[in-house]
Design a protein around this ligand. Structure first.
Ligand code: BG6
Length: 471
């Protein structure tokens, strides 16, 4: 692997910080939304008031990252900490907090990679404006980006405009602060939202490059390679369509600067005419000329299949996109939450991305959620080690055999924190945080076995992936 490869890990601060009303922070959508449990999983949600108290433990948490040898750490600036209501003035204490964090990371030689929105839109922007469905919110977001980039310019090299922007239609409330208006169809809302969030992304890219031309601006999607369930041509077409709409649409626009033909046709076939002004189209075009790299999260692959009984092509496409059959790949195992583990899928997806875009790529999330317990101060998380070892081996093949240009690998996550469904049970960290879903205990940090394994991986620049750690 190249010498400057960015090994490290990533978090979302809204899922880790807590201190939810401290130092002027306002409530955001993650704080206030009632989450739906993942299918088949009994709800055991935590409140976000303390989370894992990263707000007060951040130096200790960064010290542990430094001990693992991190070259980079991705975190998010919580929008409602920077601007509590979203349509108001920036909160000095919020800006100062993240500046201190960035300074501390730089002091430790860890490259900060900063996400500008990650499930943390101020709740007020959802209630009053209906989030990114309202174009005014794009301007509030631009103000937020401007405030943060102005404050951290010269200190942050890698920016991510919008976490998992492509999930805006799957989880509109959490990802975009949007509640579907009465009488509006899913596709009508989806079309407008896609155009709006892409405009928001583009405005962010423009602002970043204007304020700090040396900084690198990246777009980010939640990615999952889609395979056909069988080699039937209908299944092939179904998988191709899902890949276009779920995996590539956003990246296509980010790099081409216009809506791709398949999406224009998708809109036309449904008589959808989202408002996309000339100025917005110009911003999208401009941003596509400025964007530096493409980033994505990868946890699992998925499968798609034809709906043979549906003959109308539009109805068929809609069924493929909304598929609720929970199709499984019979060749893969899964974690307790049913997420299917597929390291080769990461290599496959990296190749597809490289061949399609020829841009530097950055894996900014990859990991496995496990229900773990502490015994005598230790956590033997061999499954996590196996998961990361296989995925790192796969990305090395993509680099060394397929010629993929990869900037770095950020595992999800350095320490345990709440899942997107507000669960502490679903742990991802190399460091265990001592709390349960209803008891904060002492929030003490413990190094899991994987901590020492990942330390060795980084030390050997990915050469030694063996699980031979004495723990
Ligand atoms: C990504 C998000 O969707 O996946 C993270 O960017 C999230 O915020 C991660 O935590 C893992 O998903 P989950 O639902 O297990 O937390």
């Amino acid at each position: 692997m190249r010498k400057d490869f960015l090994w490290g890990a990533a978090t979302s601060n809204v899922q880790s910080e807590g201190a939810y009303l401290e130092d002027g922070k306002g409530l955001n959508v993650y704080d206030t939304l009632v989450v739906t449990p993942e299918p088949g999983i009994p709800p055991m949600f935590c409140s976000t008031d303390v989370a894992v108290d990263h707000y007060h433990h951040y130096k200790e948490d960064i010290d542990l990252m430094a001990e693992m040898g991190f070259k980079a750490y991705r975190f998010s600036v919580v929008w409602s900490r920077i601007n509590p209501m979203g349509d108001d003035e920036p909160n000095e204490k919020g800006l100062a907090y993240y500046e201190d964090m960035v300074d501390y990371l730089n002091e430790k030689g860890i490259e900060p990679v900063v996400s500008l929105v990650h499930f943390d839109m101020p709740d007020h922007l959802m209630r009053k404006y209906n989030g990114f469905l309202n174009k005014q919110v794009i301007e509030f977001y631009a103000d937020h980006v401007r405030a943060v980039v102005n404050r951290l310019k010269g200190k942050v090299r890698y920016w991510l405009t919008y976490n998992e922007i492509n999930l805006c239609t799957h989880m509109p409330d959490l990802v975009s602060g949007v509640i579907k208006p009465e009488g509006m169809s899913d596709s009508e809302m989806g079309a407008q939202l896609i155009v709006n969030v892409l405009t928001a992304h583009s405005r962010a890219v423009e602002i970043i490059k204007e304020i700090d031309p040396a900084a690198k601006a990246g777009g980010m999607c939640g990615s999952s390679a889609v395979y056909p369930l069988t080699c039937k041509p209908g299944d092939m077409l179904a998988a191709q369509f899902r890949n276009q709409m779920n995996n590539y649409l956003m990246f296509d626009v980010m790099t081409e600067g216009k809506l791709p033909d398949y999406f224009v046709q998708y809109l036309k076939n449904r008589n959808l005419t989202p408002v996309f002004t000339e100025a917005e189209q110009a911003a999208v075009k401009h941003a596509s000329e400025l964007i530096d790299y493409l980033a994505f999260s990868y946890y699992q692959s998925s499968v798609a299949a034809d709906f043979e009984d549906i003959t109308d092509p539009v109805a068929k496409e809609d069924a493929i996109l909304k598929d609720t059959r929970r199709l499984r790949n019979p060749n893969l195992s899964a974690n307790e939450w049913g997420w299917q583990i597929d390291a080769d899928g990461l290599r496959y997806f990296l190749k597809e991305m490289h061949d399609r875009y020829h841009k530097p790529l950055f894996i900014v999330e990859n990991g496995i959620g496990r229900d773990e317990t502490l015994a005598d101060g230790k956590v033997y998380d061999d499954e996590r080690i196996a998961y990361h070892a296989k995925h790192i081996a796969a990305l090395k093949q993509a680099v060394e055999y397929d010629g993929v240009d990869l900037i770095g690998y950020l595992a999800w996550s350095p320490f345990d924190f709440l899942s997107s469904h507000k669960e502490i049970r679903k742990r991802y960290g190399f460091v265990y945080v001592n709390r349960t879903f209803d008891d904060l205990l002492d929030l003490k940090r413990y190094r899991k076995k994987s901590f020492f394994w990942y330390q060795k991986v980084i030390r050997t620049n990915g050469e030694d992936l063996a699980d031979d750690i004495a723990y």
